[in-house]
Design a protein around this ligand. Structure first.
Ligand code: BGC
Length: 488
């Protein structure tokens, strides 16, 4: 079933009607998932926890960005949705939603205020309480070790540019495994290194101390030389990923561990050879640059050559073999939209321009194109030797047209359509042999949306950011029904 997003009002009426249909019985499903499929939803520490200076927590770079540099329209994650204090209420809502697994991330600086060294017991206690409460409600915790809130103390020592960052991260990961590994069997080492190191760090760094003109067309269109400078940092991160995986296994834990990447199929805007070539470059920058080291222990030569034109990468002998020997148990995919690219001689970003979103109803994270999820998973399945895949994020927000609270209700029909369309695509991938184990909707709750602050909502559950009141959206009901019926 497919809801044509571009058909405007007609489609909107159809979505609303569809959303209001009674629960279909499992036998009436048109889309049914495997019996052991993991239905989940996700958040991240900086986006939900708040309590930014409580109980001994250290400072993260996001505390600095938002409090000292006004990077998110004046909004901060200081309170966020206050999950630090409201986790019991939130877990009760997740239980009602019916999810089997909750993906959340650890605030590194809450556990290790200086990034290394002294452990903050209150931080350990908080995550122990969260995990125990989830388990008491039959929800499996899935921990993301790192979702962007890097300890400021380590950033001050060069962050991922410093090769010591591999050991800093591994020590943090080991602390987490030894503290929580007896109750947590799904671990995600990193969330979206591309967005963290190739986009946000240079983009935000440039807003604070401008060295190049802000990308006028699309935030991903950073200058070649700027991205090239980040390449060694991404290598250190990939080494840290492999080392954490090795450590997890060497400690004897039997759960699953992998990395989560944001991936987008990249299409040429026209049939020209030039656009086709440029689409391969953008694909290399965004997708292959991370998939290849994670899943086959190598960097794509075409992109490495582009980066090394500006600065040689610091890869030590033995590094690539180490990456290859420590591949994760699964690959986590965050999928929101594809990219369409065309030649632009003026562009400082590899001579290409990212095309505007063609949809009538525009989601925050770009074009809604459910087939892209299917294509992506099939490609990973065939190119990288059939890995287990988990969709660790997929979701949408469309602004007030879809997300307004009126009389205690949010009729977010576009979000429901987005969810169902992507699940159809996910099921098609399973039917075609992809080893897809689970799906986590982003996000369980409206929360702090990075550079957009509180202006962009992705949640199944509405949060009034002034009162912290939580309200069930129609999409929460829809997802609850899908989980109950293991399909729709
Ligand atoms: C990130 C989330 C973010 C979501 C929606 C993903 O890139 O992992 O932290 O909130 O997209 O923009």
């Amino acid at each position: 079933m497919k809801y044509p997003l571009i058909n405007g009002v007609l489609a909107f009426v159809l979505f609303s009607f569809t959303a209001a249909l009674p629960i279909a019985s499992a036998n009436n499903n048109t889309v049914t998932f495997p019996a052991n499929f993991t239905w989940g939803s996700a958040t991240a520490s900086y986006q939900v926890e708040g309590a930014y200076q409580e109980d001994g927590k250290g400072v993260s770079v996001w505390d600095t960005y938002t409090n000292q540099h006004n990077i998110s329209n004046g909004d901060t994650g200081n309170v966020a949705i206050d999950q630090y204090h409201r986790y019991k209420e939130d877990i009760a809502l997740l239980k009602k939603l019916g999810i089997k697994s909750y993906r959340f991330s650890l605030s590194w600086a809450r556990l290790l205020p200086e990034g290394t060294g002294k452990v903050n017991q209150a931080g350990i206690d908080y995550y122990n309480n969260l995990i125990n409460e989830l388990l008491a409600n039959d929800i499996k915790p899935a921990i993301t070790l790192f979702h962007w809130d890097y300890p400021q103390a380590l950033a001050n020592q060069g962050g991922w540019g410093n090769r010591k960052s591999i050991d800093w991260y591994t020590n943090f990961a080991k602390l987490a495994f030894q503290s929580f590994g007896n109750r947590v069997d799904t671990w995600i080492t990193f969330n979206e290194p591309y967005i963290d190191l190739m986009i946000f760090e240079p983009l935000i760094g440039n807003r604070i101390h401008p060295t190049f003109p802000a990308p006028p067309n699309h935030p991903f269109e950073l200058p070649n030389a700027v991205m090239a400078k980040q390449a060694t940092k991404t290598h250190h991160l990939m080494m840290a990923n492999a080392k954490a995986i090795q450590t997890y296994r060497s400690l004897g834990y039997k759960g699953q561990i992998g990395i989560t990447l944001n991936l987008s199929p990249v299409y040429a805007a026209t049939a020209s050879t030039q656009d086709f070539k440029l689409s391969k470059i953008e694909d290399g920058i965004m997708n292959r640059w991370f998939l290849d080291p994670a899943l086959r222990g190598a960097y794509p030569e075409d992109i490495k050559a582009l980066y090394e034109h500006y600065a040689p990468m610091k890869i030590k002998s033995g590094d690539l073999a180490f990456l290859k020997a420590n591949r994760g148990d699964f690959i986590g995919i965050n999928y929101y939209s594809p990219l369409r690219v065309g030649a632009d001689a003026q562009s400082v970003h590899f001579g290409l321009k990212i095309q505007p979103n063609p949809n009538q109803w525009k989601a925050y994270n770009g074009e809604s194109y459910p087939d892209g999820l299917y294509e992506l998973m099939r490609r990973i399945d065939t190119t990288y030797n059939h890995p287990a895949i988990i969709v660790t994020e997929n979701g949408a927000g469309y602004g007030t047209a879809d997300d307004t609270l009126v009389d205690g209700q949010v009729h977010d029909a576009l979000r429901i359509a987005y969810l169902k369309d992507h699940l159809v695509s996910a099921k098609k991938a399973i039917d075609n042999g992809v080893n897809l184990k689970g799906y986590y909707y982003w996000s369980a709750f409206d929360n702090f949306e990075w550079l957009s602050g509180y202006k962009a909502r992705f949640g199944l559950i509405h949060v009034d950011f002034a009162t912290q009141q939580r309200t069930w959206k129609d999409s929460a009901t829809a997802y609850q029904q899908i989980i109950t019926n293991n399909g729709f």
